[in-house]
Design a protein around this ligand. Structure first.
Ligand code: NAD
Length: 400
């Protein structure tokens, strides 16, 4: 294990480049951005000054091949991920790429093959799988707190992205599904189990509000080989801020998390908040919902810790490019299903998880003659048991 601080090339000085750099440079963390790439010299210079970064450049290749750099972070629009990662392979630099890994499953597969061929470290920057609440919830699920996971729901909705390229189908690869659904798919996948194959998808997608080619709203169901179902809801036209909520249910319990709008921090101002409130907040007066430590609440802190620890230890991080590829494969099936209005298979060319998984039986013995359905305590203190007779199939109840 090496504990040497990492020297980073940050590609992109937009919203995510800023959040990533903030996560890395605050709280005396050792890993530092050494060089920043921006198309605009003026923006690169301003960004470098803001974060005390020694170098800036308008050449992506210069930033990646810089001798002082050992890790590259890709924070560029979706259509530039492939090009940036190709250069990381050329110069054998470890690479961390923001979500979505690519615009399609085929593009993601190409990226995965490239990094594996080059033998470089790769991490998929899916921050919402790393929020402190999600990490705690995932551990509880692993500990069996909710029993067998049957259903996971993830919702990401906000008033729409902040830059033109997101709204351009060619550059982004899709609309709200590729932009927000990618988070939801991976969160649910973590809860259900990454070794469980996502099998098929049913998706509704529509352009309800914005004059764009892509979808601005969508809902999908992703069915897994063990019978569990993941549900996601995404919107680019939700008003009132950013709604980030997850829920996971199992045979023994349920967990709900709210990462953004109801975090327990509420503020009212009849004047006006003079500065930034929270990402995608739509108002600076009245009731406000700031998030507190936003980069930590959104998972960036724990995500980078896992990435750099894994790099130091020579292990695979919780989120790798393989995960990014699976997410893109699910997204492809979503788009297909939205068109055909049918369940569509998730096409995964290189499944590395379990292949022995079947759907569990819902039949649990009560006694030799009955299956157990449910116990209920009545308000008067009696207990009722609902059973199914094995021979007749009749459903009966007994009050004990
Ligand atoms: N939670 C998250 O993980 C999260 C949040 C936001 C964005 N993202 C992802 O980060 C990436 C960038 O998104 P963003 O929000 O920072 O976008 P942004 O528009 O705020 O910033 C994009 C950056 O890329 C630069 N850029 C744009 N077109 C370029 C071109 N043709 N050549 C070179 N540079 C170019 C811009 O100047 C800017 O620096 C996207 O893949 C997006 O999906 C991830």
């Amino acid at each position: 294990m090496s504990n040497k601080p990492h020297r980073i090339a940050m590609l992109g000085t937009g919203l995510i480049g800023w959040f990533y750099t903030k996560s890395l440079h605050e709280h005396r963390r050792p890993d530092r951005v050494q060089v920043v790439y921006s198309r605009s010299e003026e923006r690169g210079k301003a960004f470098a000054e803001e974060w005390n970064i020694p170098k800036y450049t308008t050449s992506m290749e210069e930033a990646i091949k810089d001798k002082s750099v050992n890790v590259v972070i890709v924070g560029l629009p979706n259509d530039l991920h492939l090009e940036a990662i190709k250069l990381c392979c050329k110069y054998k630099k470890s690479v961390l790429c923001t979500k979505p890994l690519a615009r399609t499953g085929a593009e993601a597969k190409k990226i995965l093959e490239m990094v594996e061929k080059a033998g470089i470290f790769h991490g998929y920057l899916e921050d919402l799988a790393y929020t402190p609440k999600t990490l705690h919830a995932l551990q509880s699920v692993k500990n069996g707190v909710i029993g067998r996971v049957t259903w996971a729901r993830s919702r990401e909705a906000h008033p729409g992205p902040h830059s033109s390229w997101f709204w351009d189908l060619k550059k982004a690869g899709g609309g709200a599904i590729v932009d927000l659904g990618c988070h939801c798919i991976e969160i649910a996948r973590n809860y259900i189990g990454k070794d469980i194959r996502p099998v098929e998808v049913m998706c509704w997608a529509a352009t309800q509000v914005k004059p764009i080619e892509a979808e601005d709203n969508a809902i999908a169901l992703v069915k897994y080989a063990n019978g569990a179902v993941a549900q996601f809801e995404v919107s680019w036209s939700f008003r009132g801020g950013m709604d980030l909520r997850d829920e996971v249910a199992g045979t023994e319990g349920v967990i709900r998390t709210d990462h953004f709008m109801r975090t327990g921090f509420e503020m009212f101002t009849a004047a006006q908040e003079a500065s930034y409130v929270a990402e995608k907040a739509e108002s600076a007066s009245g009731w406000l919902f700031p998030v507190g430590d936003e980069v930590n609440s959104l998972g960036y802190t724990h995500m980078f810790t896992d990435m750099f620890d894994s790099l130091d230890n020579g292990t695979t991080p919780m989120e790798s490019f393989y995960d990014g590829y699976i997410v893109n494969a699910v997204i492809d099936a979503c788009y297909k299903s939205a068109k055909t209005k049918k369940w569509e298979p998730v096409v995964i060319k290189d499944w590395r998880g379990r292949t022995d998984v079947t759907e569990p039986s819902p039949f649990v013995d009560y006694d030799a003659d009955h299956w157990h359905i449910k116990d209920e305590f009545l308000p008067d203190g009696r207990k009722k048991v609902i059973l199914k007779e094995k021979v007749t199939g009749n459903i009966i109840q007994r009050v004990l």
